[in-house]
Ligand binder design. Structure first.
Ligand SMILES: C[S@@+](CC[C@H](N)C(=O)[O-])C[C@H]1O[C@@H](n2cnc3c(N)ncnc32)[C@H](O)[C@@H]1O
Length: 235
């Protein structure tokens, strides 16, 4: 059987009570997830002014990544699809507010309220269709669209992912771009199969950049209309 959890069962089934406890009590996993979370926070590049920010932890699991946010002095909201993972987080009395939800159906948060988002080892789950009603493209679209909307202007999202292949990485990135994000991918340890880690870096543009882009789009649309008109005349 594949060692990739995403290929074994849907997340809410894979991370049942037994797996959630096993995952959380492993010191090796805790060490890895903490390092990934610290790096994601570093890449989030929040202002170093001592002001606590409200961050979102997408696929927060039992709170290993969220605990790193707390240690860095920020508040957080964690969303996860596995009730068992969230139960362990509740038992540990993590500081974050926990939401049970499927990121593939959109995050359901109010627009512009989140100062930054991280996601550690979770977003690649969206590339699998676990139910006949699941279409990865639609789920990625709903996820990135809602992520873009809930972030404050100028805020970043840092998503550490384990794509199965190049096509998956491109698929995830293309939906981030379609939602309006600027950014790219940071790869740590690119030449090591074991230690290689990828972080999608997604920027919600500041208002001025958004305005300039919208203006360019409108101009492009006007040009499109004019071109269509020209075609009409030529026919
Ligand atoms: C490997 S765990 C990582 C948990 C946590 N971020 C950490 O670093 O320990 C992946 C998590 O993603 C969650 N997940 C997978 N698909 C999800 C979805 N569609 N919506 C919300 N959470 C999801 C799983 O339930 C699981 O808790």
């Amino acid at each position: 059987m594949s060692s990739r959890p995403e290929l074994q069962a849907p997340p809410e089934i894979f991370y049942d009570d037994t797996e959630a406890r096993k995952y959380t009590s492993s010191s090796r996993i805790a060490e890895i997830q903490t390092k990934l979370s610290e790096r994601a926070l570093e890449l989030l590049a929040l202002p170093d002014d001592g002001v606590p920010r409200l961050l979102l932890d997408i696929g927060c699991g039992s709170g290993l990544s969220g605990e790193t946010i707390t240690e860095n002095g920020h508040q957080w909201i964690g969303l996860d699809i596995s009730q068992s993972m969230l139960n362990v987080a509740l038992e540990k009395e993590v500081e974050g507010d926990l939401l049970l939800g499927d990121m593939g159906q959109g995050l359901g948060l109010r627009p512009g309220v989140i100062d930054g988002a991280i996601s550690i080892s979770a977003v690649q789950w969206l590339c699998n269709a676990d139910k006949s009603s699941h279409e990865p493209r639609l789920r990625l679209k709903a996820f990135f669209g809602s992520l873009y909307r809930c972030l404050a202007r100028g805020a970043r999202a840092v998503l550490q992912v384990y794509p199965e292949n190049l096509a998956q990485r491109e698929l995830i990135l293309s939906y981030a771009m379609r939602a309006g994000f600027a950014g790219g991918v940071v790869v740590d340890f690119p030449h090591s199969t074991k230690s290689r880690k990828e972080y999608g870096l997604h920027f919600r543009q500041a208002q001025t950049e958004e305005k300039a882009e919208n203006k360019q789009e409108r101009q492009g649309q006007r040009m499109g209309v004019e071109e269509e008109g020209t075609d009409e005349k030529e026919r």
